[in-house]
Design a binder for this molecule. Structure first.
Ligand code: SAM
Length: 572
């Protein structure tokens, strides 16, 4: 055995050695065995569990002393991970004597190396049907390279020419408009039919739909990328995207070098930091075992040339001195060695279970002042690591310009623009010069701090900001005579709570709403709430759609902004 191990080491290290087992051999052999042990995973597969009931199952195992439990809602089995063979055998014994919800549980011990674990997941996930627009993933027929698989996942439309992508996205937008019309048609108990007459007019579309607006930049347009730090298919520490879904058990990471939407600078950042992590004595974070250190990195690359890098680390096993040392190493690396010109370096320690950059842990600025700048339609904006900002600047300019055109603006009237869900103030500030006043409402108070700074930066004085929920503050303006009040509503991907839309309806001084949606399917309920005839629950005259346009901010992906103008109906 000694000879075998020794000869393996010889082969690996490429040296010729005597057969005698000397002290050095023993040390190396010990190290190898330790390494092999460390790389083993010990899991018990528990069968005969009820499907769903995940919290109850977890609670039950926790009582038995097992916290590391994995089970998907539709599985009738789960996995308990332990640290050693000894613990696994003990766990097996316990499980085989347990009954849960009148079911006799059975356990099976699975011991495998990290590589075997990875290979099994890759094989298990073959043969599954790919997402729409993606090729079928079949074991035998799938000839795609790993980079192509990643491209299919991150940029699923990349195989289509750009004009075809645009047609598909426009079709999606019009489909949601037709759904809106259909839903309004099918409402029951409508007291005033005239309030939905528009939905019964001839034609399938409820309003004018303009030609879709293409992104001026098709590749490398993303100004913000969040990369995972993990191991690639060869087990090497890597910075990039997860290949597959974590919930399917996939934890392999691939460099983003072939991803069309990632900027060259972000690719450079990922590559450089991959080299750093590979040389580091700190291990990468293991998402299954919840151990290790290097978790993720975010990079923002603006058209001004500014670059923000945020590094996230799990530090639960590090002494305060080691943590301080690592921060110094990072500063030195990004300043002197990375080859990337970083404007500001931000650092986050996150020991929790959730993955991704989080707002639950503070961010520490290591170099620069924590801010970068972006120019939009001649205005300058200050951005922090956590602030929302559209990720495709030239396409966002086209979106905001179109929005301004639609809000424009009857010179004979006083105009108030309500920038609802205003974030850091981009929409209101770019339009402030063409209206009498802007009111910005946003529930994240840090974003409002940024918005105020941005207004100042652009010498905008006719704007007032409120750090509140829209539904609580919308009545801050009451319409004056000869005043037009226009609301621009730019909510998160899944739209806003119905109470926000009800508040907009009830604010009778609002004449028009320009709704900017980055997922029209998810926002459909909001559109319906805005347009349904009056009732006890939905007060205020309803709106109706008058024009719509798709603006593509996300080439090669299925996402697209849909902007719809809704006009308040007048009482008969
Ligand atoms: C897509 S971002 C838009 C930001 C901004 N319009 C821009 O273009 O930079 C959506 C914003 O809506 C805010 N939000 C979501 N629900 C809200 C509510 N009920 N009241 C106020 N703000 C809300 C979020 O905090 C987030 O900043």
């Amino acid at each position: 055995m000694f000879k075998l191990v020794s000869s393996i080491i010889d082969t690996v290290l490429g040296r010729k050695r005597a057969l005698e087992v000397d002290e050095e051999d023993q040390e190396l052999q010990g190290e190898l065995q330790k390494k092999q042990k460390l790389n083993m995973s010990h899991r018990i597969k528990v069968s005969n569990l009820p499907i769903r009931e995940l919290p109850a199952v977890k609670k039950y195992f926790k009582k038995l002393g097992y916290n590391r439990v994995k089970k998907a809602p539709d599985w009738d089995f789960g996995f308990i991970t332990v640290d050693s063979e000894e613990e696994a055998l003990k766990c097996l014994e316990i499980i085989n004597s347990c009954t849960f919800r009148n079911r006799q549980l059975t356990g099976e011990y699975i011991a495998e190396t990290e590589q075997e674990h990875r290979d099994r997941f890759m094989n298990n996930n073959r043969g599954k049907k790919g997402k729409k627009n993606q090729p079928m993933i079949d074991d035998k027929d799938d000839t795609r390279t790993a980079a192509e698989k990643l491209a299919d996942q991150v940029t699923p439309l990349w195989r289509d020419p750009y004009d075809v992508q645009l047609v598909k996205k426009n079709r999606n937008g019009t489909k949601q408009l037709m759904n809106l019309k259909r839903k309004i048609q099918s409402l029951k108990d409508v007291r005033d039919e005239s309030q939905r007459a528009w939905a019964f007019e001839k034609g399938s579309l409820p309003c004018e739909v303009l030609e879709p607006i293409a992104s001026p930049q098709i590749n490398g347009y993303r100004t913000k990328c969040e990369f995972t730090i993990g191991k690639n298919l060869d087990g090497e520490p890597t910075v990039g995207f997860l290949l597959g879904l974590y919930r399917d058990g996939i934890t392999n990471v691939l460099e983003p070098s072939e991803c069309l939407n990632v900027s060259d600078t972000a690719k450079q950042v990922a590559k450089a930091f991959g080299d750093y992590v590979r040389k580091s004595d700190l291990p990468v974070y293991d998402r299954v075992e919840k151990t290790g250190c290097w978790r993720g990195i975010m990079v923002k690359t603006q058209s001004t040339g500014d670059v923000l890098v945020l590094v996230q680390l799990r530090a639960a096993d590090l002494t305060p001195e080691r943590l301080e040392q690592e921060k110094k190493n990072l500063v030195h690396f990004w300043d002197q060695e990375s080859g990337v010109s970083v404007t500001t370096l931000v650092f986050q320690v996150w020991n929790g279970n959730s993955n991704g950059i989080t707002d639950k842990a503070p961010m520490e600025t290591l170099t620069g002042d924590g801010y970068i700048y972006e120019n939009v339609l001649g205005c300058r904006f200050r951005l922090s690591a956590s602030a929302f900002f559209q990720v495709n600047t030239p396409a966002a300019e086209l979106l905001y310009a179109k929005c301004a055109e639609w809000c424009s603006i009857d010179a004979t009237k006083k105009t108030t623009l309500l920038d609802l869900c205003c974030g850091t103030g981009t929409i209101g500030i770019t339009m402030a010069k063409s209206v009498d006043r802007v009111i910005g409402i946003e529930m994240v108070s840090e974003a409002i701090v940024d918005a105020k700074v941005n207004a100042k930066l652009n010498n905008v004085e006719n704007v007032t900001y409120y750090a509140n929920k829209v539904e609580d503050k919308i009545d801050v303006v009451t319409g004056e005579k000869n005043e037009e009040v226009i609301a621009v509503l730019d909510p998160p991907r899944n739209g806003v709570h119905a109470s926000v839309i009800r508040a907009v309806r009830e604010a009778e001084h609002i004449d028009r709403v320009v709704y900017i949606s980055c997922d029209a399917k998810q926002a459909l309920d909001n559109f319906v709430t805005l347009c349904r005839p009056q009732s006890n629950r939905f007060k205020g005259m309803p709106f109706k759609p008058t024009r719509a346009v798709s603006v593509d901010l996300f080439p090669h992906t299925e996402h697209c902004e849909l902007m719809i103008e809704f006009v308040r109906q007048k009482p008969e």
